[in-house]
Design a protein around this ligand. Structure first.
Ligand SMILES: CC(C)(COP(=O)(O)OP(=O)(O)OC[C@H]1O[C@@H](n2cnc3c(N)ncnc32)[C@H](O)[C@@H]1OP(=O)(O)O)[C@@H](O)C(=O)NCCC(=O)NCCS
Length: 145
């Protein structure tokens, strides 16, 4: 459940994840601005969570919402600014895609504003049939009025 690379470790042990630090990032992210800590915790409890750590502090995260059989949704991917450009998000994606519970899925999906290049390297493509997708979307749900 733990890998190391130089000064960094990567873990998908639920007990290793640091919800307060994850919340501190997500609550100011463009996709989950204002999300309460309790919701971050609950979302983590029902997902597979992957973290990157430096000196015992969580500096990167990825969360996979999945039935572990047919479908997965990749969410909440980030690396703290000071640690970007060193391949850590790529390392997280390698670990996600190698996870034994995430093999043979019929669909692995995600949404991104501008990190398409990162995901393309791991086989993600634009939606093949965007006209067949539907959603209920509530942007800004957690923002205070
Ligand atoms: C996107 C993010 C996770 C990348 O983390 P990282 O550890 O710097 O990524 P890596 O070092 O593994 O490499 C990323 C590669 O993807 C590319 N990339 C594509 N879109 C990118 C983006 N929006 N930001 C950073 N890199 C991006 C980089 O150019 C880099 O390619 P290179 O090696 O040829 O330079 C990080 O920039 C981040 O946390 N951004 C803010 C949160 C965010 O947008 N998350 C994605 C939500 S879908």
């Amino acid at each position: 459940m733990t890998l190391s690379r130089g000064e960094f470790t990567l873990s998908w042990d639920p007990a290793a994840q640091q919800p307060e630090r994850i919340h501190a990032y997500l609550t100011q992210s463009y996709w989950a601005e204002g999300i309460p800590l309790a919701l971050v915790r609950k979302s983590m409890e029902h997902s597979l969570c992957f973290g990157v750590f430096a000196n015992g502090e969580q500096i990167g995260f990825a969360r996979v919402v999945t039935d572990r059989a047919t479908y997965a949704w990749l969410a909440d991917v980030y690396v703290l600014e000071a640690y970007r450009g060193r391949g850590l998000a790529s390392w997280l994606l390698e670990a996600v895609l190698a996870h034994p519970e995430l093999q043979g899925l019929r669909r692995f999906a995600l949404a991104t504003r501008d990190a398409h290049k990162l995901y393309e390297r791991f086989g993600f493509t634009p939606l093949t049939k965007p006209e067949s997708g539907m959603e209920i979307r509530r942007p800004g749900l957690y923002k205070k009025p």
